[in-house]
Design a protein around this ligand. Structure first.
Ligand SMILES: N[C@@H](CCC(=O)N[C@@H](CS)C(=O)NCC(=O)O)C(=O)O
Length: 204
């Protein structure tokens, strides 16, 4: 299989974490792919993902899946794993947590594009502050629930790791865990997993 992505993308990281957790990492080749709003990677768009976003996964028999949640679901099924729970209620709870954390990550990615891609005279600080505030709200949501989350390292927790890691990478001036002791403990424990430490994004 081939995974299209970049090492700094939090969504690609979610797929890489899942692949390691599922024991599939040796079956996936990484295909570095550059995507950026306003600078369309049209070859990638035509051949792989019309949205020109990463991650995308190409299977050995030529199927292409886009969106980290879809890809993780596919890998989980392929490996008969339990990163995505089987029971209906547990699945919905897992997807709900994932929606909060990956939505907050999307907000931070937008804020990052505002800072790095949008021309300075067109920037909108209030909008950027609102995106960052959504990430804070999602982390408060997590702090209030972390004790009640399922014990295993599921897709919801993977998305939480990717949110915290991306927040720290792109907005290091904010101490994201200072007032969130439950998440600080969760984060420290997560670092001990090979899947998390091996996918730490490079600084850039
Ligand atoms: N919901 C998608 C989000 C993917 C996404 O936004 N990826 C970013 C990189 S972190 C991207 O490809 N951005 C390029 C663009 O939007 O043009 C997922 O979970 O895979």
């Amino acid at each position: 299989m081939k995974l299209y992505g970049s090492l700094t993308s939090p969504f690609v990281r979610a797929v890489r974490i899942a692949a390691i957790e599922l024991g599939l990492e040796k079956e996936i080749d990484f295909a570095p792919t550059v995507v950026k709003p306003t600078d369309p990677n049209r070859d990638f768009g035509a051949a792989i993902n019309p949205l020109r976003r990463v991650p995308a996964l190409e299977t050995d028999d030529g199927q292409i899946f886009i969106d980290s949640r879809v890809i993780v679901e596919f890998l989980n099924k392929a490996a008969k794993g339990d990163i995505v729970p089987k029971g209906a209620a547990a699945r919905i709870a897992c997807f709900n947590s994932h929606a909060v954390f990956s939505g907050a990550t999307e907000a931070l990615v937008s804020a990052m594009y505002e800072l790095r891609v949008r021309p300075e005279k067109l920037r909108w600080p209030e909008w950027r502050a609102d995106m960052i505030d959504k990430a804070h709200a999602a982390l408060d949501w997590a702090e209030a629930r972390i004790g009640d989350m399922p014990k295993g390292f599921d897709l919801g927790k993977i998305a939480l790791v990717c949110l915290i890691g991306y927040a720290q990478l792109r907005f290091p001036e904010i101490d994201w865990l200072a007032s969130r002791p439950g998440l600080a403990k969760f984060w420290a424990k997560a670092q001990k997993r090979k899947s998390v430490s091996a996918t730490t994004p490079p600084a850039n």
